[in-house]
Design a protein around this ligand. Sequence first.
Ligand SMILES: *Cc1c(COP(=O)(O)O)cnc(C)c1O
Length: 381
Amino acid sequence: MPKKKHLHIDTRLAQGGHYVDKASGAIVPPIHTSTTYARDESYELQGNYIYARYQNPTFDQVEALMAELEGGAASRLFSSGMSGITSIFETVKSGRHVVAPTVMYHGAQDWLRHIAASRDIGLSLFDATDPDALAKAVVPGKTDIVWIETPVNPTWDVIDIAAAAEIAHAAGAILAVDATVAPPVTTRAIDFGADLVFHSATKYLNGHSDVLAGLVTTRKEDERWEQIGYARKQLGSVSGPFEAWLLLRGMRTLALRFERISENAMAIARHFAGHSQVDQVLYPGLPSHPGHEIASRQMYNGFGGMMSLLIKGDAARAQKIAARVKVFTPATSLGGVESLIEHRASVEGPHSKVPKNLLRLSVGIEKAEDLIGDLEEALDG
Ligand SMILES: *Cc1c(COP(=O)(O)O)cnc(C)c1O
């Protein structure tokens, strides 16, 4: 189907991957399960495909849609968010240096510590709440990747993407953004100067808590992009075709889901700000949040569904509240249609810097009053 560049992103999403199959008239794409592709009588490949670990027609559809949404040159689909992250960091050569926030997705930071310790790669962690910390952390000529995550889990501090891009580029590094919590319906990190954008597609992009996947998008198809593709191929970090197909189906409702989720989250944040049982609501959509001004600039279509409540009381009380909910489900992960609640400190373990009274919410698409009522009852007990 020819590209329709003038169409709104919501329309592109709704029709993502839709086409009319010439043979059957089907408007839903087939799932290509073949692991290998035949050659013709002159021993030429008949399409762009050789073998399923290299590329698959169902991946192509997801990747084309994502590249378009992000305004990037190309996207690649991975078997999980983490395999996208490890493939990005496979491109860092020994002797180089990486910068990342102190508070970030713990699995990714664990990996950075691991490669720093085992591959002679320097690692500097910076405090994302200090506006001068990133500039001090980069080493001009040595830093290869500046990695940021925004908003940052689970405090939802906001990092200024444009400012980070300027610092990274001045040091000769690239900027890679983990925008899992801010999908491209609200943030297009490449527009703010990012070179790579990463999403755990397991979260908002798929949106139904039933697919594990990652997507990496590049500003330009350069040598590093080739290396990321090489890493995916050789490490075998590829999705199954059914997962790719499910992800494409999930993405068609992203705009609608994200709109409702952002409305619900804002209603919950407003309701519990100043509540007698709550010390603080951490949500970038609230004007009282320290990152609100930057968030308003770079999350131009809703602040999403991730927030944390610092409740009055200790860890035991926070756990009790999380266990008492009836509409929310106490579980990890985020970005699905169903609302989840989690006591982060117990999940992250004894070394966690997360406040013991913090409850993380991933707000879903249910009716806001039911979610508010559920939390009220849990807090009341
Ligand atoms: C979940 C998540 C990841 C890792 O993705 P997986 O799909 O679980 O491998 C990375 N970053 C953030 C912000 C996440 O929420």
